[in-house]
Ligand binder design. Structure first.
Ligand SMILES: [Mg+2]
Length: 414
């Protein structure tokens, strides 16, 4: 018994599911508008007759038959299939559906790790007594997702994360692939080397040079040879994966619910301009914190407390996750104006952003030019970090930073 079989034995004791919704954004659109069924549907920017900018966020399976896929420029998608239905993303709806999907998964295990808006790992090892084996739990999840959300999920079941993830992708859409502990090597022998976690195009070329076509083939390459070609660290990583070894645990992280900031004025403020200016400064601070934490949210909440301690909150959704003041402020200002229905003086004002999703998903939503805005924002962040928030400000907010207001504890993040 060498190290390999020993550790495989250890891994064999766990049951991990990787659950992935099929063509998520496009499927939500098809679900909510049955007239779209059977049509090629592309979620992304407006193609403007082929001159539109931006990228495809999701394509229905009908659209994929025309060679359209995520992250492709919408102009190109339009050329491939001008008759497709092009829809603007409804980020708030996707975020709400995602939240319900994750809640469904939590019925089957305490160990649920969301890795993007539409996929998650579950460790169901401790749940099998209650719900049956991994395959049974997977079938149950697929059934419930279909009935409650009218969406299909593809699921991979395996003793380790890496194999479960590959398995969920193996028979999409509406797939279920179970890889038993003893079948890992045989299964990996059928998976192209391009799917090996951590292998970029350069590494794939090198593997081809070694005659490697599948992940299983890697196990047949002497370790020394792998070291010579990839260096010690990568060689070890690839060798372990090829043997079905992956120590990573399913880690449910307490998801951050919101990033916010509020301020209580030292004296109640009757001047609306001043309230607005203060809220803008708070919004800038919240946006900066979002970027620092690499979060972007779909939901903006504004809170107001009047001199008689009456508290009003107003909330609204953005169609794409936001982390800059340019995106958040227009909505925050509207909400403030809507909330501020009385003529009372204001005692407290605050703003929060919630409804987060992964950064990877966010880049799919990114409209053209966003990167530039982002770079500017990041440069400003660097200045603020060095000199404190008061060093910058966009002219208007500087005036708000007079000692009249007392920063009340800052974050309300949960
Ligand atoms: Mg998916």
């Amino acid at each position: 018994m060498d190290e390999t079989s020993e550790r495989q034995g250890e891994a064999a004791g766990r049951t991990v599911l990787h659950v992935d919704l099929d063509a998520f954004f496009a499927s939500v659109e098809l679900r909510d508008d049955p007239t779209l069924r059977g049509k090629p549907v592309v979620v992304g920017g407006d193609p403007k007759g082929g001159r539109g900018r931006g990228v495809v966020a999701a394509a229905s399976y009908e659209a994929r038959r025309f060679g359209i896929h995520s992250a492709m420029p919408v102009s190109q998608a339009y050329r491939r299939c001008p008759q497709a239905v092009f829809l603007r993303p409804r980020g708030a709806e996707y975020a709400a559906t995602s939240a319900r999907f994750m809640k469904i998964l939590e019925r089957y295990s305490d160990l649920v790790q969301a890795i993007s808006i539409d996929e998650a790992f579950l460790d169901v090892t401790a749940s099998t007594r209650l719900f049956g084996d991994g395959e049974r739990i997977a079938r149950e999840i697929k059934r419930v997702v279909r009935e409650e959300e009218r969406l299909t999920a593809s699921i991979g079941v395996a003793p380790v994360k890496f194999v479960a993830k590959i398995a969920s992708d193996f028979d999409k859409p509406d797939g279920l692939v179970v890889v038993a502990p003893g079948d890992i090597r045989e299964f990996l022998g059928r998976v192209p080397i391009e799917s090996l976690w951590g292998a970029g195009p350069k590494a794939v070329d090198r593997f081809h040079g070694l005659g490697v076509r599948t992940i299983g083939d890697v196990a047949g390459v002497p370790r020394e040879r792998l070291r010579d070609v990839f260096g010690a660290k990568s060689a070890e990583h690839f060798w372990r994966l090829a043997h079905g070894l992956d120590d990573r645990r399913v880690e449910p992280h307490q998801e951050r619910k919101s990033v916010g900031k509020e301020t209580t004025f030292l004296e109640d403020v009757g001047d609306r301009e001043e309230v607005e200016t203060t809220l803008l400064a708070l919004t800038e601070s919240v946006a900066r914190r979002l970027r620092k934490k690499e979060l972007a949210g779909h939901t903006v909440t504004v809170k107001l407390r009047t001199a008689d301690f009456h508290t009003v909150t107003r909330q609204a959704g953005l169609n794409q996750p936001a982390d800059t003041v340019e995106e958040i402020w227009p909505l925050a200002r509207d909400l403030l104006r809507k909330a501020d229905c009385s003529h009372q003086a204001i005692r407290l004002v605050g703003v929060a952003v919630s409804g987060f999703e992964s950064d990877a998903q966010m880049t799919l939503f990114a409209p053209p030019g966003r990167d530039k805005g982002r770079k500017i924002a990041q440069a400003l962040d660097a200045v603020a970090d060095r000199f404190g928030e008061r060093a910058i400000g966009r002219g208007r907010t500087r005036a708000a930073n007079k000692p009249r207001r007392s920063p009340s504890g800052g974050g309300r993040s949960q």
